[in-house]
Structures are given as C-alpha cells and as structure tokens.
Write a protein that binds this ligand. Structure first.
Ligand code: ADP
Ligand code: MG
Length: 394
C-alpha cells in the first residue's frame, strides 16, 4: 500500500479551486477568496487554561473561502465536507445551528456581537475548500473560522478577529478550546513559530527554520479522530483548576514563573492525580521557555529533547496520549528523530517529529510498520514548514 500523504497546494491553486467551487455552488463569480492555515503546536500543550505559554506554527495546509456579499440578509455556506446551510443572523446563537455550519454561521454571529461586522452587512455566500485534514488535531476548525472572519472583516485587528472566532467555536459550535488555534491562524509569521502567552494574549515570533539546518518537521496523523468533546477534557481542566485552588494561586502559571519545574509546589498537593496533572502543566510551561531559548540559538538537539520530554509528561502525568500517538512517537525516535511528541489535545489526532532529512522515509516506514503490527490505522504524513498566516488569495 502506498504511503498516505496529505498535501498542501499553492495559493494560486487553492484560490482557483475555491473560486470554482463557488461558481458551481452559487452560479456566480465570488467577490474574493481568503485563506487561513491549520497549525501544529510545537510545544506547550494543555497549558492554555492555566495561563501558560504555547508555541504553534502555521501549516502550509489551508482552508480557503470564496465569498460574495448579499443584500437580502441571507447567509449561505457550502463545503464538500458537510451539508449546505442557509439561514440568517437571527437563526444563529449559542448552540445553533448544529453541525459544521455552526462554525461559519458562528463566525458571522460572533463578528456581529463583537462589533466587527460592517454596519451594512447584508448576508454572504461562502464556499469553503480545504487541504487541512478535518478532525486530525491540526485545527481545520480555526482555519475555517479565520478564513471567513478575515473575509468579512479584512481591516479589523487580527487579535480581535481571533477572539471573535474563539467565541464562535466556544459559544456557537460548543467546542471548549482556548485561543491557540485562532492566534496561530491569524497572527503567525512565515519561518517563525508563534509564542503565545495565554495569560495576557501577547504574541511574539520565534525563528523556526529546521530545514536550513538539515532537519525536517514531520507531522504524523494517526487517523484516529481526536475526541475533544468527551468528558476527559473537562476533567483535566477541572483538575488543573483544583490544583491551583489548593496551592492558593490564581493559576498554575504562578508557580511555573517561580521555579524551573515547580516540584516544590506540587509536592504539597496531597492527591497523586492532582500532583501529576499540576506537575505536567508547570513543567510544560518551563519547557516552552527552554524551547524558545533553544530555537533562538538554533540548538535543535536541545529543542528535540524538550519535545520528547513534553510527550512523556503528557503521556505519564497528564494521561492524554493513546496507543496511536505513542506508537507514532516511538517510531520516529527509533528512526533517529531528535525529538517527537503528540500535538493537540490528545486521545488521537497527530504527532510531530523533528528528524534529519535523510531519516524521514525511515520514520514513515517505521510508523506504518508498527501501526500495522498493533492493528492501528495506517497513519498519514506531511513534511511541513512554518507557513504564512491568514491572507487574501484573490
Ligand atoms: P480540528 O480542528 O482539529 O480539525 P475539530 O473537531 O476542532 O478538529 O474541528 C473539526 C470540525 O470542524 C469538523 O467536524 C467540521 O464540523 C468543521 N470543519 C472543519 N473544516 C471544515 C471544512 N472544510 N468543511 C466543513 N466543515 C469543516
Ligand atoms: Mg479544532
């Protein structure tokens, strides 16, 4: 069986496909085409709701939307990945509509609620196409939201657009996520990772160009849908909040800022589970800081070690990995990766590995062989670079 790869395409190609889809769906020319990328988080997992730091890059894979304004108030959204939806602003609000349309409809609603939608908004036709795998933990949802939000509010502040997209996802789609995905889609910069401080919302850019050093970042999609809406996410959030309460701090960012790994602080937490959950969060925030320092001096060996340490912490202490993710990470390390980790919320989705260029094929073969031996789904792969943020294509 051939290797499954999920490929990105050029902006020109993506724009042409989106415009074609618009013509087919609506029988007319679009006013323009906008796009927003998916992301992988390099490091800093499950720390956003503890006021922590994360370090995503924008992927070369993007969602594009071809749009045309209307004057009759109708909102019509189309995608090959879901049924058509037609409605009006009055039909949208917390919990409605359901299904995939909750994301684009939610964006219109959230932009309106935030005062970012043009006063003369009279409805919109929107056709989406995407090279971001859906539900693979690579943030197809934020790519969809941010492409449309930028199309509808092209002159608005990007941080404000990101906040509106988070509201769309949290309140309308009902998915409990932080702001990393939307910040990565809107505020990244090509050739850099985005350092996002979720306590303040501040962002900065950290150089990330492993290819210039003979290395590649490989994304391994386990093809096991991540299960974000199940109860475990709420349980982890509750444990992190409970640990902070017991320590008498506003968030676990506070002990993380005080000491390198916060070992002293977590020792005083009586409960073993709380101790391990807090230990992950505090040590992970420290690892993000060390990773930034490593990248600033292009120390990819150290950066790789931090990736692997992050995975161990997520697997053993935070307990959000799964056999598919562990298998992908182990395979990459066996093949000679400098480091590897699960990325995204966990329980499925994708892993990343930093590899010498000449070890990539070996890592792919090893990951496929081990998955087959364990009767896990055959993974899909992409070699990625830190790519451009949301933009107008046409
Ligand atoms: P991820 O963002 O990691 O891909 P999510 O579960 O957060 O996974 O979001 C996936 C959901 O987003 C899909 O189930 C679908 O409702 C919606 N979605 C994302 N991209 C598209 C698309 N191109 N067309 C239709 N729906 C999409
Ligand atoms: Mg998502």
């Amino acid at each position: 069986m051939t290797v499954r790869r999920f490929e990105a395409c050029s902006d020109a190609e993506l724009a042409a496909v989106a415009a074609d889809s618009f013509r087919r769906e609506f029988g007319d020319e679009p006013d323009g085409v906008w796009a927003a990328p998916g992301r992988v988080n390099l490091i800093g997992e499950h720390v956003d709701y503890a006021g922590g730091l994360c370090l995503p890059i924008a992927l070369p894979h993007s969602t594009a939307v071809a749009v045309a304004r209307r004057t009759d108030g109708l909102i019509r959204v189309r995608s090959a990945a879901g049924p058509p939806w037609d409605g009006r602003l009055d039909d949208v609000g917390p919990g409605r509509p359901d299904g995939w349309a909750s994301y684009p409809a939610g964006v219109v609603w959230a932009l309106h609620e935030s005062g970012l939608l043009a006063a003369d908004f009279g409805g919109v036709d929107a056709a989406f196409v995407s090279t971001v795998p859906i539900g693979a933990g690579l943030s197809s949802s934020a790519a969809l939201e941010c492409s449309l939000a930028l199309a509808l509010a092209p002159d608005a502040d990007r941080a404000a657009i990101a906040t509106a997209c988070v509201r769309a996802e949290n309140e309308v789609a009902g998915a409990p996520t932080g702001g990393m995905d939307q910040a990565a889609a809107l505020q990244s910069s090509e050739g850099s990772a985005l350092l996002l401080d979720s306590a303040s919302g501040a962002v900065s850019h950290v150089p990330f160009d492993p290819r210039a050093h003979g290395l590649e970042l490989l994304v391994i999609d386990t093809r096991t849908p991540h299960r974000l809406v199940d109860g475990w996410y709420a349980q982890r959030r509750a444990a992190v909040a409970a640990a902070a309460r017991r320590l008498g701090v506003a968030s676990l960012r506070v002990p993380a800022d005080r000491g390198r790994d916060g070992t002293g602080a977590v020792r005083s937490l009586g409960d073993d589970v709380l101790r391990r959950r807090a230990s992950h969060v505090i040590s992970e925030i420290a690892r993000v800081r060390l990773a930034v320092t490593a990248l600033e001096s292009a120390d990819f060996a150290e950066f790789g070690r931090l990736l692997s340490a992050s995975h161990r912490s997520l697997a053993r202490d935070f307990e959000v990995s799964c056999p598919e993710l562990d298998s992908a990470v182990e395979s990459a390390l066996i093949a000679g990766a400098l480091g590897a980790r699960m990325t995204g919320g966990g329980f499925g989705g994708s892993a990343i590995a930093l590899l010498p260029t000449d070890k990539v094929d070996d890592a792919i073969a090893t990951a496929r062989r081990r998955a087959a031996q364990r009767r896990l789904p055959d993974p899909a792969f992409a070699v990625v670079a830190a790519s451009a943020p949301a933009r107008r294509l046409l």
